[in-house]
Design a protein around this ligand. Structure first.
Ligand SMILES: Nc1ncnc2c1ncn2[C@@H]1O[C@H](COP(=O)(O)OP(=O)(O)O)[C@@H](O)[C@H]1O
Ligand SMILES: O=C(CO)[C@H](O)[C@H](O)COP(=O)(O)O
Length: 549
């Protein structure tokens, strides 16, 4: 028997799992919440802008310290049977660290400086920098922007780096390394500065043929090429390779075999494809959780407007992976839950169910269109296809009769409509979608959500039986690093998670949703780039003028 450890670093917690390399069974799992959670609104009692979402990177090591021994104990196996370790990470989550990989916020004098902290993927403080990069790149759009959907998102690493350069140059000066959090964890584990091609390709301006686009950096800022050279370079490791071996100190601390092979970090959503075994072109995988990523594989390189990126070899060697995404999905449902009135929270408590379950039950009793509501799901901005984190949510059709479950359902529908727009973009550019897979933590939690997606997309949706496909994907890479089987393809086939069910569209609902989608689409274009485009921006400006930065 051999096992691999997969660690899935999500937005709020890390999940350590021990996975059988022969059949993908998850033997044990330990879920560890980040001690400091996400730092929003205020840092140590001082207000920070509402666009900020910060973390403390030491919490990620804490996940390993507590989670690995926990999971080992639960699995009750001989630790020597563990042959590899892999991790996946939300991205672009950016750590600023000194020469010993210590995050800058660890230093006493930096504790109150928000720019010393890890900038979580959903930190949107670099909007100005993203706009500036876009405006510079647009002059040569085919080369630089084409690979990134003709977009620049403030969620990526280079805008975040420039944000620190503009607002806290001393932090940039102090940082020896600026790293994707996934690379930071791996570099700690093996005590070497390594970078995965997955994060690097999607979140910086880099590709496998040209490396970093130094000539582009020069156009952005004459100091940027040197900064990138000094702080972002590192030994490149590709998905499917071994990054290195565990240091003796970590072997001892985690209770793992000496010199355990470690895989390079992979972006969480991308790892989900490995976990469900999607390795062919024309399969669209929706990795649904706090946010959703829509990933496709293809042997061709097509420059598709509005997507978040396309990188060769970043999931399956030999194929390009394409990513598009929605920034608020589970987060949006969580927001609706938090707004629930007292009688709902009491009812949920009395019946021993969650408020999500209560809202879902009530929303399921409604007919399509019955509420008269349509929403725009931009509560955390729009990642694809508009790529504008300054956009905000919208709800139209409210009356004195609107119930919380109507709003909850409208939000679910809005995320499905957003996905329909993304899927249409892939198809418009010649990437036919033959199969739609749903994985991540959400599909298992909500039957209504998947039915709505099947009806809105008018496609059968095949749901992964595992909530933990990303973690298993990471374990697959650990098993590949540890040579569990003859090659990566065999390792995926053996360890992939089964499917639970396929949900078919209901023709009557499909028809009704076509009408509602037309309204969503109208609002999307109107507020996304047409006449009403400035409304949301103006509101944001008024709000920002009130904030103390
Ligand atoms: N029963 C539910 N129905 C709908 N959404 C849910 C439910 N339970 C939790 N969520 C949402 O799911 C998200 C967490 O998804 P998960 O995949 O577990 O995490 P992550 O995306 O961080 O890896 C949260 O945003 C939460 O609001
Ligand atoms: O940007 C992403 C991948 O490129 C993901 O959306 C981000 O990592 C957040 O993932 P999750 O919803 O699982 O927390």
């Amino acid at each position: 028997m051999t096992y691999s450890i997969g660690v899935d670093f999500g937005t709020g917690s890390g999940r350590v799992m021990i996975v059988d390399t022969n059949n993908g069974d998850i033997l044990a799992m330990s879920v560890i919440d980040y001690r400091s959670g996400t730092i929003e609104q205020n840092l140590n009692g001082n207000p920070i802008p509402s666009s900020f979402a910060l973390q403390d990177a030491t919490d990620y090591i804490d996940v390993l310290k507590r989670g690995v021994p926990d999971a080992l104990k639960e699995a009750n196996i001989n630790p020597n049977e563990i042959i590899g370790l892999g991790i996946d990470f939300t991205a672009s989550t950016v750590v600023f660290a000194d020469k010993d990989f210590t995050p800058l916020n660890e230093k006493e004098e930096n504790k109150n400086n928000p720019h010393a902290y890890t900038k979580l993927w959903k930190h949107h403080g670099a909007e100005e920098e993203a706009k500036y990069i876009f405006n510079t790149a647009v002059k040569d759009k085919d080369r630089w922007l084409g690979y990134y959907g003709f977009n620049v998102s403030s969620e990526w690493l280079i805008p975040k780096l420039l944000e620190v350069k503009n607002h806290a140059p001393d932090m940039l000066e102090q940082a020896t390394y600026i790293m994707e959090a996934g690379d930071w964890v791996i570099s700690n584990l093996i005590n070497e500065n390594v970078r995965s091609n997955c994060g690097r390709g999607f979140k910086t301006f880099w590709n496998e043929d040209e490396g970093f686009f130094y000539d582009f950096y020069e156009k952005l800022d004459s100091e940027l090429p040197d900064i990138v050279q000094d702080k972002l370079e590192g030994r490149l490791v590709k998905i499917g390779e071994q990054a290195g071996v565990l240091t003796d100190a970590f072997s001892e601390m985690l209770g793992l075999p000496e010199k355990l092979p470690v895989a390079p970090a992979i972006i969480d959503a991308h790892s989900g494809l490995l976990g469900i075994g999607s390795k062919k072109k024309n399969q669209l995988t929706m990795v649904m959780g706090t946010s959703t990523c829509h990933i496709m594989l293809h042997e061709k390189h097509v420059k598709i407007p509005g997507i978040s990126g396309s990188v060769k070899d970043s999931i399956i060697p030999g194929l390009y992976a394409y990513e598009a995404g929605q920034s608020a999905v589970g987060d949006l449902f969580g927001y609706a839950v938090k707004q629930s009135p007292k009688e709902y929270t009491e009812e949920a408590e009395e019946r021993g169910i969650s408020i999500y379950e209560l809202l879902e039950e009530k929303a399921s009793q409604k007919e399509v269109g019955e509420s008269g509501l349509v929403a725009l799901d931009w509560h955390n901005g729009n990642r694809s296809v508009l790529s504008d984190s300054n956009l905000s949510g919208l709800l139209i059709g409210l009356t004195l009769h609107t119930k919380p479950e109507d709003i909850y359902r409208a939000y679910m529908e809005a995320t499905a409509f957003g996905t329909k727009i993304i899927m249409a973009s892939y198809e418009d550019w010649g990437m036919e979608v033959d199969d739609v897979f749903a994985s991540g933590g959400l599909p298992q939690k909500s039957d209504l959500l998947i039915q709505i997606y099947a009806d809105v997309l008018n496609r059968p949706i095949t749901v992964s039986a595992s909530d933990y496909a990303s973690g298993v994907g990471a374990a697959i890479l650990g098993a590949v690093a540890g040579d569990a089987h003859e090659d990566m393809d065999t390792t995926i086939s053996k360890m992939k998670q089964p499917f639970l069910k396929t949900v078919e569209p209901i023709p009557e609902n499909v028809e009704k949703y076509e009408k509602l989608f037309k309204i969503y689409n109208k609002l999307h274009d109107e507020f996304g780039f047409k006449h009403s485009y400035h409304v949301m921006k103006e509101l944001k400006e008024i709000q920002e003028n009130q904030e103390t930065v």
